[in-house]
Ligand binder design. Structure first.
Ligand SMILES: Nc1ncnc2c1ncn2[C@@H]1O[C@H](COP(=O)(O)OP(=O)(O)OP(=O)(O)O)[C@@H](O)[C@H]1O
Length: 226
């Protein structure tokens, strides 16, 4: 049986008194594109952050490429996240003082890749996402769309098993948003990465193989779209 890219089993999470997830179970197959939708405050971002290991599930289990996050020592968990999970957030979250090349090279450098090789790989990805001409610029010199393109490159440069995107088009106009979605999907497909996208946007959800709709911290229903 092929290993799942992601498996959540009865995951729970609360912020003090605010219960965000009340036992969420979800499986994502390799290469699958899943949209997580639902009203504001239903727990979408919390789900994504628990799945990506940014937040630690308070109950239940998260398996990333077959590995139980809670059972890994901190260093191994960090390494697994860095190599197997790419993350794209609403505003790029690039390092402000670094060029696009260095931003995209960073995950490879942190993994111990040699600097020139990391920069070459980063440039290759910047070309693929259409911002190679801006490789030497820093994020503040560029538009939101250009930054999101670089964020997509940074998420995919390690060849992760899964990419987590939280409202990746939320800060962009419709046209730039569509371009980023096309790019995320095609880039994930090239590398065989699964994709989990949190979105409010029905158009974005329409790109997915499956829609998982949350309500009040539980999965209300799932719809297969492919
Ligand atoms: N840092 C935090 N501190 C306290 N409560 C929080 C925090 N982050 C989220 N919450 C609460 O947890 C619940 C789920 O929030 P979450 O951001 O996961 O939902 P969401 O569906 O992503 O919302 P949105 O679509 O508005 O981004 C909400 O009730 C929210 O108020």
């Amino acid at each position: 049986m092929t290993e799942l890219a992601l498996e959540l089993i009865r995951v729970e999470y609360a912020y003090r008194r605010d219960v965000a997830l009340r036992g969420v179970s979800l499986q994502v197959r390799p290469g699958e594109v899943v949209a997580v939708t639902g009203p504001s405050g239903c727990g979408k971002s919390t789900l994504l952050h628990c799945a990506a290991g940014i937040l630690r599930a308070q109950a239940g289990t998260v398996h990333l490429v077959g590995q139980n996050l809670a059972e890994l020592p901190e260093a191994d968990r960090t390494r697994l996240r860095r190599t197997q999970a790419g993350v794209v957030l609403q505003f790029g979250q690039l390092v402000p003082d670094l060029s696009l090349t260095d931003n995209v090279a960073l995950p490879l450098l942190l993994e111990g890749h040699e600097r020139e090789a990391a920069r070459r790989a980063a440039l290759g990805w910047l070309e693929r996402v259409g911002v190679a001409d801006d490789a030497a610029a820093t994020p503040s010199e560029l538009s939101g769309g250009q930054n999101q393109r670089a964020a997509v490159a940074r998420a995919l440069v390690t060849g992760p098993a899964i990419v987590f995107a939280d409202e990746p088009t939320g800060s962009l106009d419709t046209h730039a948003g569509e371009q980023i979605m096309e790019l995320l999907l095609s880039s994930a497909r090239v590398g065989g990465s699964a994709l989990v996208i949190v979105t409010h946007d029905n158009l974005v959800a329409a790109y997915a193989d499956r829609e998982v709709r949350l309500r009040d911290g539980v999965i209300q229903h799932e719809v297969s779209l492919s």
